[in-house]
Design a protein. Structure first.
Length: 137
């Protein structure tokens, strides 16, 4: 898969799964559909902001390099860098910071589940759904 900048960067399965978790968290938090988040073209400001949040969570909590995030989100690496800076700058607001901390906690929990799934690939999909439902409560 190529990113828009033309680099032949490839996102690992782990990076793709972590990015999906980040998109799910932010799409729910911003009341945006996951489908809108995944579209490669530009969307409404609300969708763009949710995508920026997801990129930020991928980089800061998921520890995914910006070049891999750019491939997953089908954006240029500089767009990912910009997204991370925008979110970090807004953390000066106590209210916004609290919201981000809540999403970071959710992201850490989901990453633990992803790692558990990768260690035991034969885990029953119903068990995964139950685990996610339990985390959502």
């Amino acid at each position: 898969m190529q990113n828009p900048g033309g680099n032949k960067a490839v996102a690992s399965e782990l990076s793709q799964r972590i990015a999906l978790e980040a998109m799910e968290i932010t799409s729910e938090a911003c009341n945006v559909s996951l489908l809108e988040m995944k579209t490669p073209n530009r969307q409404r400001a609300k969708v763009a902001f949710a995508r920026q949040l997801a990129m930020y969570l991928c980089h800061v909590i998921g520890q995914i390099p910006m070049s891999e995030i750019s491939v997953v989100f089908q954006r240029d690496r500089t767009t990912v860098s910009y997204a991370c800076h925008i979110i970090e700058d807004r953390r000066d607001s106590a209210f916004f910071n609290a919201q981000i901390e809540f999403m970071e906690t959710a992201m850490r929990e989901r990453i633990q589940i992803v790692f558990a799934q990768l260690r035991a690939p034969r885990v029953n999909s119903h068990a995964i759904k139950r685990a996610r439902a339990a985390l959502a409560k």
